[in-house]
Design a binder for this molecule. Structure first.
Ligand code: NDP
Ligand code: MG
Length: 347
């Protein structure tokens, strides 16, 4: 089978003329377009015809190394995916399993599709890409692409595991965009994709910050303290409780920093905060069933670890290294370093 000809037909190498071009290309137009596709099955089906598709195989995204050596998701046209499915003896209806995940800067609706029933190696070769585990992909891709494949995988996973109504046991049916599932029972209960709220906090005593590690973390990696919110809790209550449980400290001031969707191991909504403890009360009482270790780190130690980055594969990991740049923990630690540097410079 010649690889080049099918590839030329299926890969989205140039933006196409779209249904969306009647709107301006502003952010507002894109968001309204996406919202309409969630509500209007026919409009969504039409957008798929002009859309881009990102393929997954059993929840692993299909990536390709670009000419500059950086990775990107392989993007296919709708007819390209049809060609692919026909080539592998699988027919049209599967395309309807695709899920709306966004809208490109060129105003093309973006979808994802899991072709887990096809031969992984053969599809990868056909598309000149590689299916790569999401955790690895997330850190190989630039930020926006990493977020897109994480969102896509989370939605695919949610659909794969929510085929039945938890109240009646009857099958659920998705809308065309895949933004909800409705129970086929008389209750017509609507289910929406779920994320678990998690608070993540970088504690400071004014001159040092607190990082901990779970036994399951890669060797040497330390991160900000994190914990799932319990039912009925505010974010602040969850933060106070988690810090008390994990390291035995009482938190003072709390400030919001930033948030992120975190796909591992299942979708969490991470809310990143800074908080302080009194310099007079920094003695740790670590709950070893939750954390293997927790320590206070100086600005010099944090600056050095940020500069050293994530250890390369194969070599011995350093004693301490920090979460990679796509993680909200990395963002919190960088913010703390920058603030401490500004404070030192102003003294
Ligand atoms: N993006 C980032 O920068 C970072 C992200 N994280 C993420 O934050 C999340 C939470 O951190 P972690 O310290 O593990 O949380 P916790 O300190 O809350 O401990 C995890 C334990 O909480 C229990 N739990 C309560 N609610 C849930 C729920 N909805 N889903 C799963 N477990 C629940 C489970 O215990 P049991 O089974 O015994 O009930 C689980 O083992 C993790 O998924 C981690 O990947 C963490 C650090 C950095
Ligand atoms: Mg925790």
């Amino acid at each position: 089978m010649s690889l080049l000809n099918p590839l030329r037909r299926i890969l989205c190498t140039r933006p196409q003329v779209l249904a969306l071009t009647r709107f301006s290309s502003s952010y507002v137009s894109r968001m309204r377009f996406l919202n309409r596709l969630k509500q209007d099955d026919e409009a969504c089906a039409a957008a798929l015809q002009d859309g881009q598709l990102v393929l997954f195989h059993r929840l692993q995204p299909l990536l390709q190394r670009g000419p500059t050596g950086t990775f990107r998701p392989v993007t296919l046209t709708c007819s390209g995916v049809q060609t692919l499915l026909q080539n592998f003896g699988s027919d049209g209806p599967l395309l309807e399993d695709s899920i709306l995940i966004g809208c490109s800067d060129q105003n093309q609706a973006q979808f994802c599709l899991d072709v887990g029933h096809l031969d992984q190696a053969a599809v990868a070769e056909f598309c000149a890409g590689t299916f790569i585990d999401l955790r690895k992909s997330f850190f190989l891709l630039p930020g926006p692409a990493a977020r897109l494949v994480a969102k896509a995988q989370a939605l695919l996973r949610w659909h794969q595991t929510n085929g039945f109504c938890s109240a009646t046991g009857q099958p659920t049916h998705r809308n065309r965009a895949g933004s909800q599932r409705v129970s086929s029972s008389s209750s017509s209960m609507i289910y929406y994709p779920k994320m678990s709220p998690v608070v993540i906090v970088l504690l400071s005593d004014g001159s040092r910050c607190l990082l901990g590690r779970q036994a399951s973390f890669p060797r040497g990696m330390y991160s900000a303290l994190a914990g799932f919110c319990d039912m009925g809790e505010t974010l602040e209550e969850a933060l106070h409780r988690e810090v008390a449980e994990e390291v035995g400290l009482e938190v003072q001031d709390v400030s919001y920093s930033s948030s992120q969707h975190w796909p591992f191991p299942h979708s969490s909504f991470m809310v990143g905060c800074h908080a302080t403890v009194s310099p007079a009360h920094t003695q740790l009482n670590v709950d070893r069933s939750e954390l293997e270790d927790a320590r206070w780190f100086t600005l010099e130690e944090i600056s050095g670890a940020l500069q050293a980055g994530v250890p390369s594969r194969g070599g011995p990991p350093p004693d301490v290294w920090l979460p990679p740049k796509h993680a909200v923990a990395h963002h919190l630690i960088t913010e703390w370093r920058d603030r401490q540097r500004r404070l030192q410079a102003s003294e």
